[in-house]
Design a protein around this ligand. Sequence first.
Ligand SMILES: [Zn+2]
Length: 340
Amino acid sequence: MIDIDKIKKQVEQTSTLDELEALRINLLGRQGVLNSYLKELKNLPLGERKKRGEELNLLKEELESVVNKKIEAITSSFLLERLKKESIDPYLPPFPINIGRMHIINRIINKIVHIFERLGYETVEGPEVETEYYNFEALNMPAHHPARDLWDTFYLNNGKLLRTHTSPVQIRTMESNRPPIKIIAPGRCFRKDNPDASHSPVFYQIEVLYIDKGVNFAHLKGTLEYFARSMFGRDQEVKFVLSYFPFVEPGAEVAVKCVICKGRGCITCKQTGWLEILGAGMVHPEVLERQNINSKIYSGFAFGMGPERIGMLMYGINHIRHFLDNDLRFLNQFKFHLED
Ligand SMILES: [Zn+2]
């Protein structure tokens, strides 16, 4: 007869599912111990066969439940052990992720461009390699004009040059469009200047041009005041000082009340309380006439500004080369988003 206690002990002693399965087959399988007893039933007399059959069925149920319990026990202990081995620590710091971001100079340019887009200006671009015609002649500076010396120019072997300002974009726009013209043209420029804190051979300029009937100096002033307040704050004061550029008449240099000392005087504004940010003026009638725009009907204003200079003033940056060096220690300081 089957010794149920002995079997329970055997089941208890197994430690793997494989061992347990072998034992189960031995007990409950087709060729197992229990089946061999069941097969012998038919040799018993009828009365005894029924009684014996019930006994064996109960035994079978008990064995199955003992084995199933052990299967559960082994599975859960295995799972616990695996959890212990493969545990993760959610409190460990994550690996640092370096997220790319737009270069600060592009963000300053975008902010300036967005201000003028709100006023209806269209963004256009022109080539960095220019001809003397677009860079000088069409801007009222014929050959040997002394004003050409204002820009120390990189000339190329093919007779072309690297544009010294974005003003050639004015001419290209007037060639292919009729007034009203309202454009903003950001881009790189090149000059053979001696590099210092505020001069670099490569720099950006943003050109703005507006031509229509009846445009006058008051429009220019209003536009620049709107720009300065959008860029530096709503109380920003703006000053115009008469100046000379060959392609405008009259011309002006535009200064904002020093954003660092608020006009009291500091090193950045050289104790004047004012900071020059751009050159501006009414487009010279000669420049308009050359592009077949009747200067008796149409007039306009233009100005050009350096976004590096504006960025230096806004963030207290003391050298223009920081914009070109691509030193991450500098660039990573501008993690915020510029609003427009
Ligand atoms: Zn100052």
